[in-house]
Design a protein around this ligand. Sequence first.
Ligand code: AP5
Ligand code: MG
Length: 209
Amino acid sequence: MKFVFLGPPGAGKGTLAVRMTELLNAPHVSTGNIFREAIAAANPLGLKVKAIIDAGKLVDDGTTIQLVRERLTQSDVKDSYILDGFPRTIAQAEALAGFSNIDRVINFDAPDDVVIERLSGRLVCRKCGFNWHKTFNPPEKSGVCDKCGGEIYTREDDKAEAVKKRLDVYREQTAPLIEYYRKKDLMIDIDARPDVDSIVENLKKLLRL
Ligand code: AP5
Ligand code: MG
C-alpha cells in the first residue's frame, strides 16, 4: 500500500515512518531527509535549498515535485511506500495524483505546544538521520547516536524563529490538504500526542495489522 504521512512539523511523521516501514512493508521516503542529504553532500540541489530550509520556508514546488517523481520511478517503491513530508501544497498533491495512486493518508494531529516541545528538544544523527529527543528519547551517551555511532546535532530549522515560520507555513500551505484528502475519502486521523509505542498500537488497530 502507498501511504502519505501528513501533519505539522514535529508531529512525529519521521519517527513513526521509521517504526512503521517494516510493519507496512513500505519503504520510507522523506523529502526532508533527501534535502538534508543533499545539503550534507553540498551537491547542486543542496546548495540551492540550504538557505530556504534553514529559514523554515518551503522549497519551490517544481524542484520538489521533480525530486519525488524521480524517486518514485525506482523499483523498491513500485508497490508500496510511506511518503513523509510530501505533498505539502495542493499543487504538489495534484502533481502526485498524476504520477502515483496513493491508498491512504495518515493525518498526525498534534497541537502547537506539543510540536514545539518536540522540536526544541530534537537531536538528529548526522550519519543515519535517526531522530532522538533530549527528554523523550535521549541517546545513552550524549552527542553520539546509539544506532550507528554517528555525531548528533540540532537542526538549524529547529531554532525558535524557524520553528515559528514552519508552523505558519504549515497552516497556510499544508493544512488545506487535510480537507483535500478528506473529500477524496483517503484520510485516517491519528492522535499524535501519546508516546510513540501507543501511536504504533493505535495505527496497527486502525490499519487492521
Ligand atoms: P521535514 O524534514 O519534512 O520537516 P517537517 O515536516 O517540518 O517535519 P519534522 O521532520 O520537523 O517533524 P516530524 O513530524 O518528522 O517529527 P519527528 O518524527 O522528527 O522538512 C524540512 C524542510 O525541508 C521543510 O521545512 C522544507 O523547507 C523542506 N521540505 C521538505 N519537504 C518539502 C516539500 N514537500 N515541499 C517543499 N519543501 C519541503 O519528531 C520530532 C521530535 O519529537 C523528535 O525528537 C522525536 O524523537 C520526538 N517525538 C516524535 N514522536 C514523539 C512522541 N509520540 N512522543 C514524544 N516524542 C516524540
Ligand atoms: Mg521528519
